[in-house]
Design a protein around this ligand. Structure first.
Ligand SMILES: O=P(O)(O)OC[C@H]1O[C@](O)(CO)[C@@H](O)[C@@H]1O
Length: 545
């Protein structure tokens, strides 16, 4: 495989032709690799100045390799071979892709859903090392997961400081407390933001401990650093940035299709990078992670650009699309450059996430007051409680009618976001409903597991264009779980996160339908049936298939 290829057709090719001369003339690539913070305008300068060190990680992360490999060996000598990663968004998405692509096992716990936490905490503790990753050290999901593991190790008579490794920024509350308590701490480069941190300790420590070849990953990024920093119209980073951020009219939905890439689950990583970097000030690009679903590309809409993730020859491309191939390390760096370039073309700061805090604040206040997550349902249909913001429900009295009413709210340039606060391993079949909605709506449909998506597309939902419509799915945990040392349980917390996010969206006037499953198994079956009924009636009403 070549180490990096960007092949555009249609609107993507036009965008490159239109923008490349200026990007080259303005020395955007060389300035980016010189960490020039002025590339995104005055307002973005102070944030950008402390968020550009990712351009040099292929070299600056090199010393970590030996440290991580030594630690892996010493753990293996003690029979510790199971790696669990506790972290959200940029603190866990890259290791998940690196390990899946390398075919090495890792358990990524990026949820506050009690059943998921319990499953991770209870399994093979005697063989487990836990990496607790948090740049800020303040993410409540990660802190709660850490507390659960410390408690479990202590109850099993295992010294937590022997089995928990911390990755965080120097000087974070987590850094100071962990060092004081005697934990092994890896500090990450503080001048790299979470979603750009794939090649920092956040990406390398958990992946290296799990057995991935992190030295080669850095070699792959190093091999393309010169090309990506060149003020040249063959620069794949400039080309991809122009393709995704410079179409006219803007194709602001990027449909990521797995077209043979060897990078397993790459869409989930690039989704956070693009959504959280560009979705703000009412603008942004919405990643739609379609996997291998051709239904998303059969009826490409005029605001979609298809991104084929390939491992080489993409075959004959049609429509408005771009094919991208490359080694994993090279492709991480390519997309980071492309997102920074697209941010310049879109006129936004690609390094802040101003709207994420609003949902965290809403969740905190609900936890403290113990209200909000339990407002009365509009009605209950069997095992499904139905709540809605706004008055779109009308006379709906069944879950199917409520969903059909929500579908009628999707604007012609809008999208539907499904946000499922369930166990993404045990309940993974629920993700299949996305395609039913795509077939019926013929509009982009995203599916995110909660609370994981809050650290990815969540910024876009709240700060991006106001044409989203939201279906939130929550459930009663099979069994709740306390958070040691806190006055709330994981069940309280995930309910408050869902209610808080729904409130922030509703306060922005967005249509939000909240379906709560009072029994997970029965509820998933009833909900899937209701979705089938609603999507077929919606398709019928549109004269569609
Ligand atoms: O690494 P931290 O500080 O726990 O943050 C986790 C994630 O939450 C966010 O800060 C907000 O979603 C992301 O940018 C980040 O990757």
């Amino acid at each position: 495989m070549s180490n990096l290829e960007v092949l555009p057709v249609g609107a993507a090719a036009d965008a490159i032709e239109r923008h490349l001369p200026e990007l080259v003339q303005d020395n955007v690539a060389s300035r980016l690799f010189a960490q020039d913070a002025t590339l995104w305008g005055k307002d973005a300068e102070s944030e950008s100045a402390k968020r550009l060190a990712w351009v040099g990680l292929a070299e600056s992360s090199r010393p970590l390799v030996a440290e991580i490999e030594d630690l892996r060996k010493s753990l293996q000598d003690k029979g510790v071979s199971r790696v669990v990663l506790c972290g959200m968004g940029g603190s866990s998405l890259a290791p998940e892709v690196i390990c899946a692509t390398a075919g090495v096992p890792i358990t990524v716990l990026d949820s506050s859903q009690p059943d998921m936490v319990r499953a991770s905490v209870q399994e093979q503790l005697d063989q487990t090392v836990v990496v607790v990753s948090s740049k800020s050290g303040g993410t409540v999901e990660t802190d709660s997961q850490r507390r659960a593991f410390v408690d479990a190790f202590e109850k099993a008579g295992i010294d937590p400081t022997e089995r928990i490794v911390v990755v965080t920024d120097p000087g974070s509350p987590l850094d100071e407390q962990s060092r004081k308590d005697g934990y092994r701490v890896f500090n990450a480069d503080p001048d790299v933001g979470g979603r750009y941190s794939a090649l920092t300790a956040f990406g390398l420590v958990p992946s290296g401990l799990a057995g991935a070849d992190i030295s080669t990953l850095l070699d792959e990024a190093a091999s393309v650093t010169e090309r990506l920093g060149a003020d040249d119209d063959s620069n794949p980073g400039l080309r991809l940035g122009a393709a995704i951020g410079g179409t006219q009219p803007l194709r602001d939905k990027l449909v990521f299709v797995d077209a043979g890439t060897e990078a397993v689950g790459f869409g989930d990583w690039v989704e956070q990078l693009i959504a959280e970097s560009t979705g703000k000030q009412g603008k942004g690009l919405l990643p739609v992670v379609a996997g291998q679903a051709s239904v998303d590309t059969d009826g490409q809409t005029d605001d979609e650009l298809v991104v084929h993730l390939t491992s080489g020859d993409p075959g004959t491309l049609s429509g408005d699309a771009v094919a991208v191939s490359g080694t994993l390390g090279a492709t991480f760096l390519l997309w980071e450059v492309a997102t920074a370039v697209a941010g310049r073309l879109l006129g936004i700061n690609p390094f802040d996430q101003p709207d994420v805090e609003s949902a965290k604040e809403a969740a905190r206040s609900m936890l403290e007051s113990g209200t909000g997550a339990v407002d009365d349902p509009a009605f209950t249909d069997g095992s499904i409680e139905v709540r809605a913001s706004g008055d779109f429900l009308g006379s709906a009295s069944t879950a199917a009618d409520a969903i059909a009413a929500l579908l009628r709210e999707v604007p012609k340039d809008g999208y539907l976001a499904i946000m499922a606060y369930l166990d993404r391993i045990a309940d993974r079949s629920l993700a299949d409903v996305r395609q039913l909605f795509v077939r019926s709506l013929h509009r982009p449909v995203t599916f995110g597991w909660g609370p994981r998506f809050l650290h990815s597309t969540g910024q876009y939902h709240k700060g991006g264009p106001e044409f989203g419509v939201y279906l939130q799915i929550t459930t009663e945990p099979r069994e709740d779980l306390s958070v040691p040392g806190r006055d709330f349980t994981f069940g309280d917390f995930v309910a408050a996160q869902a209610a808080g996010d729904a409130k922030v969206l509703a306060d922005k006037g967005r249509p939000v339908l909240r379906v709560h499953l009072t029994d997970t198994e029965q509820g998933m079956s009833d909900l899937t049936q209701a979705i089938r009924t609603a999507t077929s009636s919606h398709a019928g009403s549109q004269g569609g298939s």
